[in-house]
Every structure is written in structure tokens, then in C-alpha cells.
Design a protein around this ligand. Structure first.
Ligand code: FE2
Length: 432
């Protein structure tokens, strides 16, 4: 077999060291120490971490990079963000949405982010953003997997035309059913929206991803209905509850009943740490709640938990850089996941776990998987999060699609070394 590429002397996320990864025909064909050549190309990882690519399983690509259009979000709140998006929507053009999305995808690829699940707002009779992102999905397919969710931002039942538009979007090729039950007029209508949306998904054989209980209200309990409807329709493992921030504020006894229900439904849990920490707790004085869902407890219950980015320079969030290590870093801190295994779980939350949420096929570091890989300037996943490590090389289907020079800070202190390698100051943790 002709080998197209060998990455030599890689450290793998599970701690294996000095492994070579051989690639042929866009797939991984070998992972072992000392794979014999020749190969079309060889890259020396020199002991650095090679990982499957980053995956963002919760994003809004129709809004990204629109910061300041038509104005800035002055309060920084979720509700002003939704109102501002409502002002921007009629001004959108298909060309502008496509141009911004393509720019974002370039940024994502440079950061080793090669798969994105993006919600696309269907509360616009023109379905302009739907058509724009379907075009983008096709165009970026060689280098990035874009999965779209039909998202009724203004409420599936509350917004006129949303129910019809959601089905029109699915007819056009959007592949996941979205919803926002806490934004419907009443709790009962929220529950009804979930019943209808899960039925649509079951009938069409689609996955579901719900903006669910994105509130500090401890009595916002749509996740319970979502779990029940998932089981009723046999959708186990195919339904994601995104945000679930109300779980932060729920009564502990109730959560002790809820988590097993979620586990029974194999509900995927998607937290969005950058956004949850800035948008939740806004009605609190002090102490202020963090508003992140119960990540360690969900993991302990056996649930798949991923972290999404949600927003990047849009009506809701002025920051963001398509950097899933930033997302993992924030999630780690807000959830106080500082144990060794917990930190590794935060890395998994933006790689393997997020891939599981999206249902990506042939993702991962095993023979037969797509040769989608990222070489990081770090020795292990914990160091990658600590340093928000440079993506030295990003590989898609066995081809290098992005490179970034190694980072070393320059010093200007007399008598000191000229350059500082941040990794050189960190001891290697035993068994890391
Ligand atoms: Fe979102």
C-alpha cells in the first residue's frame, strides 16, 4: 500500500507516546511506533500531541462575524441579543451571510476546528439564511463538516410561520430539528413544541437539538419533557439538550430524579461555557449564579457531555475566535473541573464528545477513521488547554490544510534567555 503521509513520534490524547500515524487514501491506516516508510510526506511531531480535530456542536453561523450590525448589544444580555438579531434579520442578504460564514470557516480550519453543528434561524419567511448556509455547507465540505439545525429562534409556536418554515427548511436539506421551548409563551406551549418537534424528527428520521431551559429559572423544566419525548419516539442517543442552564439553579432533589431520566433517554448534554457565564445570572445581585449546567454530575450519570462555542462576534457575544481550547478552558474553570481526569474530560468535550453529539462517522484516532488530525504545540490535552496551544498543522483527509508557526515568547530582559517556551517551565505530570 502506498502511504501518503506519516506523522512521526506523536503523543496521543490517551497518553501513548512515540507513535507514528500512517495515512493513505484520506484514512488512517496505521497507528504504532516505528511504522516503516516510505511515505509521500513525513511530519515529525517530535513528541507533541496529535489529536482528532476540534468539533463545535453548538454554533450560530448565520449570525457570526456580524458584530456591530446594525448596532452593538449595549446591555450584553440574552434578550437584547435576541432583539438585536431581530433587527438584523430583515437586513441580511444571502451574499453577506455566505461571505461571513466562509470567513468564519477559514478561521475555524486554521484553529483545527473541522466540524461545526450550526443552528440556522428559520423565523424568516424568505429562509435566506437557510439557503445561504446550505450553499456554504456544500462549498466547505472538502475541508469542514457543517451540520445544520432548523432553529425557530422566535418560538416554534409563538412566531407566526415558524412551524411551516421549519418543515420547509428540513425539506431543503437541513438535517437536525431545533426548538426553544422556554421562549414559547407558556410552559405548556413549550412542552407542546417539544412533543411536535420530536414527532417531526421521528417521522423524518432526523436528530434533534433543542435550546433547552436557557434560563436561570429553576422551574424551567423542559428537559424533563425532552427526555420523555425522546424515549416515547425511540430517539435515544439522537437528541441533544443544549444549554440546560436552569439545571444550575434547580432543586437538588429534583435533579436526582432528572439525571436518570436523561440517562435513560441518552440525552446529549451541550453546555456553552463562554456564553452561559456571561448571559446567565444577569438578574442576580450577589452572589451571582454561574448558570453553567451540571457538567460533572451529568458525566457521572453516564451522559455524553460536550462544550459548544455558541457565538463568535455576533449580537450575543462580542468575543470568540473559533478556538475550542478557549471553550474548554472556560468550561473547566466554571465547572471547577480541575482534577486530572476532569481536565481531560474538558478536552474530550470539544473533540470526541462533541463528535458523538453530531453523530460524525469515522471520526477519531483509529485505523479506518478519516485522516483528520491536528498537531498541537503541547505534550498532552491538559497542556493544550492550559496554553491554548498553537495548531502547528491541521490535516484534513490526509492533506495539510493549515499550518501555524510554533510559538515562543520573546524576552527583552537583559541577561535573560531571548526566548521563553511556556511548556519548558511545566513539569511533566506522572501518568499524564
Ligand atoms: Fe445557541
Amino acid at each position: 500500500m502506498d502511504i501518503d503521509l506519516i506523522l512521526r513520534r506523536a503523543t496521543l490524547p490517551d497518553g501513548r507516546r512515540d507513535h507514528d500515524i500512517a495515512v493513505a487514501g484520506g484514512r488512517i491506516v496505521g497507528i504504532a511506533p516505528g511504522i516503516p516508510g516510505p511515505a509521500g510526506e513525513e511530519i515529525d511531531a517530535a513528541g507533541q500531541l496529535v489529536t482528532p480535530p476540534f468539533v463545535d456542536c453548538h454554533f450560530h453561523m448565520d449570525a457570526t462575524l456580524s458584530l456591530g450590525h446594525p448596532r452593538l448589544n449595549l446591555s450584553g444580555t440574552l434578550l437584547e441579543g435576541i432583539a438585536l438579531w431581530g433587527e438584523l434579520k430583515p437586513l441580511l442578504t444571502e451574499e453577506a451571510v455566505i461571505a461571513r460564514a466562509l470567513r468564519y470557516c477559514d478561521l475555524a480550519v486554521a484553529q483545527g476546528l473541522l466540524a461545526v453543528r450550526s443552528h440556522v434561524d428559520v423565523c424568516d419567511d424568505r429562509l435566506l439564511a437557510v439557503d445561504a448556509l446550505l450553499a456554504v455547507k456544500k462549498q466547505v465540505a472538502p475541508y469542514l463538516d457543517l451540520q445544520l439545525v432548523a432553529f425557530p429562534q422566535d418560538g416554534y409556536l409563538r412566531a407566526p410561520g415558524a412551524a411551516r418554515n421549519l418543515e420547509r427548511a428540513l425539506d431543503r436539506g437541513v438535517e437536525v430539528v431545533g426548538g426553544i421551548p422556554h421562549f414559547e409563551r407558556t410552559a405548556e406551549e413549550g412542552a407542546e413544541s417539544l412533543r411536535r418537534l420530536c414527532r417531526i424528527a421521528a417521522e423524518r428520521g432526523l436528530r434533534v437539538d433543542i435550546h433547552c431551559d436557557e434560563t436561570d429559572d429553576p422551574l424551567s423544566r423542559h428537559v424533563e419533557t425532552l427526555a420523555a419525548e425522546t424515549v416515547r419516539h425511540g430517539l435515544q442517543g439522537r437528541v441533544a439538550g443544549s444549554h440546560l442552564t436552569s439545571m444550575h439553579s434547580m432543586d437538588n432533589y429534583y435533579v436526582s430524579k432528572l439525571l436518570p431520566l436523561m440517562a435513560e433517554a441518552q440525552l446529549r448534554v451541550v453546555a456553552n461555557p463562554l456564553i452561559n457565564i456571561v448571559l446567565q445570572g444577569r438578574h442576580d445581585s450577589y452572589p451571582k449564579r454561574r448558570g453553567l449546567t451540571r457538567v460533572p454530575e451529568a458525566l457521572a450519570a453516564g451522559l455524553t457531555v460536550a462544550f459548544g462555542q455558541d457565538c463568535c462576534m455576533d449580537p450575543w457575544y462580542s468575543l470568540g475566535a473559533a478556538d475550542m481550547l478557549d471553550v474548554a478552558h472556560m468550561g473547566l474553570h466554571v465547572a471547577q473541573m480541575t482534577g486530572r481526569d476532569a481536565m481531560r474530560a474538558c478536552f474530550a468535550a470539544v473533540t470526541t464528545q462533541a463528535a458523538a453529539v453530531m453523530g460524525l462517522e469515522d471520526y477519531g484516532l483509529h485505523v479506518g477513521a478519516h485522516a483528520d488530525l491536528v498537531l498541537l504545540q503541547a505534550r498532552d490535552p491538559i497542556e493544550a488547554i492550559r496554553l491554548r496551544a498553537t495548531r502547528l498543522a491541521v490535516i484534513r483527509r490526509g492533506r495539510v490544510v493549515a499550518r501555524t508557526p510554533a510559538r515562543a515568547a520573546a524576552l527583552a530582559l537583559p541577561g535573560r534567555p531571548e526566548r521563553v517556551d511556556p511548556a519548558a517551565y511545566a513539569p511533566e505530570a506522572a501518568g499524564a
